[in-house]
Write a protein that binds this ligand. Structure first.
Ligand code: AMP
Ligand code: MG
Length: 444
């Protein structure tokens, strides 16, 4: 395991006082490692989990050649003449009820979608294309080629072929695919346990009476929501007072129970509080100023687990749920401002947590949309602007900011469906110019 100093030394041009967003991501990818413990889960419970091992198909899917349409199955060799075909219907094949028997030239079998193709037949004419007279059907000429409207055995998946890969997030389509193989359970990586607390003496918990200079704790709820959307188990620790003993107890309790600890507040330069001091005391932590807006200050590192066996914080029950060799929790000390918290979470914490979850998916691509207004931007930092993306009258994507972009203004975040990403070197944006957009999609 590399120390913070070692990771920093390997990162070219590392400057904790002016770190670029790309360097933050590079740093974090070196800091975190995927969980190891696996658990087999029934399909309904596996949604949103990460697959712990490749899944090889035990069967051919579909298991038989079958019809893709409701119609009539016949031997496609008879199409060679190019003339209209007249066929006698000698039976019916239903889905789940095959038609047994031999079919001669000049004969066909009425067949339903999904029914097994009768022996020797390879082509299906959809029922709407034939004329029926008693038990005789007529197909128009030049309508079909041999093999049309037939699904081949194994065309979806062949037995022995990898159907799902380790590290894939179990989406609805992947659950369905696993079910189509007859699998009742899937090997998954255990979910991440993430502890969160807010710091700051001015932070009020819901239910507390308002007091002068105090604000309600919104970060607790935005972080909770983003963690749950990722499928993490959240250890919600509320607000921790700016008191060394309480902070120490909170960090140690979190480190004993969680894979990662997220805090908000208390990491900026002017902070008179004890949060930073406690992070330094209990772990290996870097304090950064990131070249970005919103969300400049951030602390990142590891909080070490209390070693003493007599520690009341380390119960057997709790540590057994975590990887056995775990001796620390990853720390993400986010800024206090509500939008800065959400943006730093989306930009850095989310990708790092996905890596810890063992998820191999690359970050979704940024979209290009035309800005409906000029945007002021200073080169030398990455800016994230809250915005709504919509389809313009010309069919292209349009994007418009949602108003006040102050780092504490949650209302413009609540209205947004994405963030305009103005990259490090980028300058002002003119009306109609294309910009990159990170859509919230399922993340928010
Ligand atoms: P800090 O990073 O501690 O200097 O906090 C920056 C700003 O964010 C201050 O205005 C805080 O009052 C505000 N803030 C900090 N934590 C929270 C929180 N949990 N909920 C809402 N606002 C917060
Ligand atoms: Mg503060």
């Amino acid at each position: 395991m590399k120390s913070i100093a070692q990771i920093a030394a390997e990162l070219q041009g590392y400057d904790p006082q002016a770190l670029s967003t790309t360097d933050v991501l590079r740093f974090l990818s070196q800091l975190v490692t995927p969980v190891q413990d696996t658990v087999a889960l029934p399909l309904f419970d596996a949604l949103g989990r990460v697959l712990a091992a490749d899944v090889v198909s035990p069967i051919d899917v579909p298991p038989h050649d079958n019809s893709a349409m409701d119609g009539y199955a016949f031997d496609g060799a008879q199409l060679a003449s190019g003339a209209a075909l007249t066929l006698q219907v000698v039976g019916t094949a239903l889905a789940g009820k095959a038609w047994q028997g031999q079919v001669q030239a000049g004969q066909c079998v009425k067949i339903m979608t999904g029914a097994i193709m009768p022996s020797g037949l390879d082509t299906v004419v959809p029922q709407e294309f034939v004329t029926v007279q008693g038990d005789v059907i007529t197909l128009p000429p030049k309508l079909l080629s041999p093999g049309d409207n037939r699904r081949l055995r194994g065309e979806d998946l062949m037995r022995g072929q990898p159907a799902l890969l380790k590290g894939e997030l179990l989406t609805p389509a992947r659950l369905g695919l696993a079910a189509s193989l007859g699998l009742e359970t899937l090997p998954t990586l255990r979910p991440l346990r993430v502890a969160y607390f807010s710091t700051g003496d001015e932070i009020l918990s819901l239910g507390e009476p308002p007091r002068e200079g105090a604000v309600y704790d919104s970060n607790r709820y935005t972080v909770f929501g983003m963690l749950r959307r990722l499928g993490c188990e959240v250890i919600d620790m509320g607000v921790v007072r700016d008191d060394p003993a309480q902070l120490e107890a909170a960090f140690l309790r979190a480190a004993a129970q969680a894979d990662a600890i997220i805090t908000s507040g208390g990491v900026s330069v002017g902070e008179a509080d004890h949060t930073k001091a406690m992070m330094k005391k209990l772990g290996d932590v870097a304090f950064w100023k990131i070249a970005m807006r919103p969300g400049r200050p951030m602390a990142v590192g590891r909080i070490l687990q209390a070693k003493s066996a007599s520690s009341p914080l380390q119960t057997g029950a709790i540590s057994s749920q975590l990887d056995s060799n775990k001796d620390h929790a990853i720390l993400f000390g986010l800024p206090g401002n509500p939008v800065a918290v959400m943006v730093t979470f989306l930009a850095f914490v989310r990708p790092a947590l996905l890596q810890m979850m063992g998820c191999s998916a690359a970050a979704p691509p940024l979209l290009k949309a035309r800005s409906q207004e000029p945007l002021r931007k200073k080169p030398g930092r990455t800016e994230y602007q809250r915005a709504t993306v919509s389809t313009g009258p010309d069919g292209s994507l349009h994007v418009k900011t949602t108003g006040n972009q102050g780092s504490g203004v949650l209302s413009s975040m609540a209205q947004a469906n994405g963030l305009i990403v103005l990259h490090h070197g980028q300058g002002n944006v003119a009306v109609g110019e294309e910009v990159d957009v990170m859509m919230f999609d399922g993340a928010l």
